[in-house]
Design a protein around this ligand. Sequence first.
Ligand SMILES: Nc1ncnc2c1ncn2[C@@H]1O[C@H](COP(=O)(O)OP(=O)(O)OP(=O)(O)O)[C@@H](O)[C@H]1O
Ligand SMILES: [Mg+2]
Length: 145
Amino acid sequence: MERRLASAEETRAFAAEVGAAWGPGDVVLLEGELGVGKTTFVRGYLRSLGWEQAVRSPTFTLLQLYPTVPPVVHADLYRVGSTQGLGLEELLENHVALIEWPDRLGGWLDPDACWRVTLEFDGEGRRVSVRAPGGGAAAERRAPD
Ligand SMILES: Nc1ncnc2c1ncn2[C@@H]1O[C@H](COP(=O)(O)OP(=O)(O)OP(=O)(O)O)[C@@H](O)[C@H]1O
Ligand SMILES: [Mg+2]
């Protein structure tokens, strides 16, 4: 699924739309350059779960937990060398996990088992593409020739 997002509010609304499908155990890899809108996307998802308090970028805390339904863990791995000892793996089972800079995971998560949200700069706005788990191969198999 691909979409143009003309404003930060459209990024937040889009997160609510795609996030309606997520539940505990879903892992969302948030890809895209510095400042492209990954944390904005997380804010929109949390807002859709009724979270009204602040959503801070976990750049220093690395992980931020939200006692929403479903519970959410938001990770920002930008400053992380290794995710060993973070406790993220244990949290994945019963949270929706949204992970900025997932390349820092060092490969222990299978990207094909995750949702992938990729944001790109596009003039004043952004472009986003979303791939469901197993989406690549499954989508190709379903595609008519
Ligand atoms: N669709 C959009 N159009 C224009 N601006 C947007 C859009 N989505 C988000 N923004 C803006 O982009 C800026 C950066 O957003 P945000 O902090 O979410 O980026 P990030 O990808 O999390 O950055 P970092 O890599 O530093 O964590 C914010 O000012 C936000 O309002
Ligand atoms: Mg961020």
